[in-house]
Design a protein around this ligand. Structure first.
Ligand SMILES: *Cc1c(COP(=O)(O)O)cnc(C)c1O
Length: 360
């Protein structure tokens, strides 16, 4: 089955093989070595220094990392501005609300981008904002939010950025220093091509140890994870097999040319897909330059429901992804993360062409 959903992804043979490496106790030096290797690989992916940054590993899905980031990096006296233009922006507001973090959500219609001038105006009007929470690639629509512009606004005002890069880490550029990033949450099983079960936050060390940042939860306390991981330990049992898989996935990421090459590979697949679907009369929701290279949303053709398209493609070996909320009846989404080739996309285009020609 070819998975065109935004994670979990089709695995490479190497990553799959890593899942059956020898059993390992998480209190033994072999585990410490595995953990250190992953942490170094994650920083290396973006050329970040170990002195200033820490990759903190959690056992949990991407949402665990996002919740850990927000609860561990916004101090008790902090105030969060959430930029919300989709499901994942909304989720960050929900996290802030549940943990009694003072926040305000600047909401945009799904599909729209945040307007930088409005963000600037809000920040100037509300000097109490200490952090901005932003989704880098809003997977709801495929939109790549303007991290560069918003990050610069924050940097100029001494405001920290908390980035949900769950569906962009490994595939899109992130200027950590220029964008005032203090925390960046992501996961193993999207653009890095590992398996579900490990997620992580790349955080500024100095901010993790800030004196006014006391933990809000036991399990998601990043500072505690970081302290123990720096010593080769872990506060709780980690998903050892998922760690093995992530280490193998990071080796492949590096061998294949790292971030630049992964971005280029996704870009080519995305262009192939957008051009091919357009030829078959199916149009993208957003323009290419508004979109991540990772995923595009397409309008459903008239007279063909999502379920029908999904089921007919599944019969042919492809899993596509539905729209959410008000988009459920309007769009379908295709991600090209994972072991997907140009041939797979060609066969997908043929299959969609066939289904669209003879809808019943
Ligand atoms: C996938 C995703 C998440 C987290 O999803 P999980 O199901 O918890 O792994 C968070 N943010 C974005 C932008 C995502 O695409």
């Amino acid at each position: 089955m070819i998975l065109l959903n935004p994670g979990p992804v089709n695995l490479s043979p190497g990553v799959r093989a890593a899942l059956s490496l020898p059993d390992l106790c998480h209190r033994e030096p072999e585990f410490a070595e595995l953990q250190a290797c992953i942490r170094a690989g994650l920083l290396e992916a973006y050329g970040l220094s170990h002195q200033r940054w820490a990759a903190v590993l959690l056992t949990g899905s991407g949402t665990a990392a996002v919740e850990a980031m927000i609860t561990s990096l916004v101090p008790k006296t902090g105030y969060l501005l959430v930029i919300d233009n989709g499901v994942y922006g909304e989720r960050m507001s929900r996290i802030a609300q549940l943990h009694n973090i003072e926040y305000y959500a600047l909401r945009y219609a799904w599909g729209d981008g945040a307007r930088t001038a409005e963000v600037a105006a809000f920040l100037d009007k509300q000097p109490k904002v200490s952090h901005v929470a932003l989704v880098h690639h809003e997977t709801t629509t495929g939109r790549l939010n303007k991290l560069g512009e918003i990050g610069k606004l924050c940097a100029a005002r001494g405001i920290g950025v908390l980035l949900d890069a769950v569906s962009s880490f490994g595939a899109e550029q992130i200027d950590f220093e220029g964008c005032a990033i203090v925390g960046c949450a992501a996961t193993a099983n999207k653009c890095l091509h590992g398996v579900p079960g490990v997620s992580f936050v790349v955080a500024q060390r100095e901010k993790l140890n800030a004196p006014n940042c006391t933990p809000r939860t036991l399990y998601l306390d990043l500072a505690a994870y970081c302290r123990e991981q720096d010593q080769g330990g872990t506060p709780f049992t980690q998903s050892v097999q998922a760690f093995y898989a992530l280490a193998a996935a990071l080796d492949e990421f590096k061998e294949q040319g790292g971030l630049a090459q992964r971005q280029e590979r996704y870009r080519q697949l995305s262009q192939q897909l957008r051009a091919g679907l357009s030829q078959r009369g199916l149009h993208a929701l957003l323009k290419e330059d508004e979109c991540s290279v990772v995923l595009s949303a397409f309008r459903l053709p008239k007279g063909l429901g999502y379920e029908q398209l999904h089921d007919r493609l599944k019969e042919r070996g492809f899993v596509i992804y539905a729209g959410q909320g008000r988009f459920a009846r309007e769009i379908f989404r295709i991600s090209t993360m994972g072991e997907i080739t140009r041939d797979d996309i060609e066969r997908l285009l043929d299959a969609i062409g066939e289904i669209v020609r003879i809808p019943n």
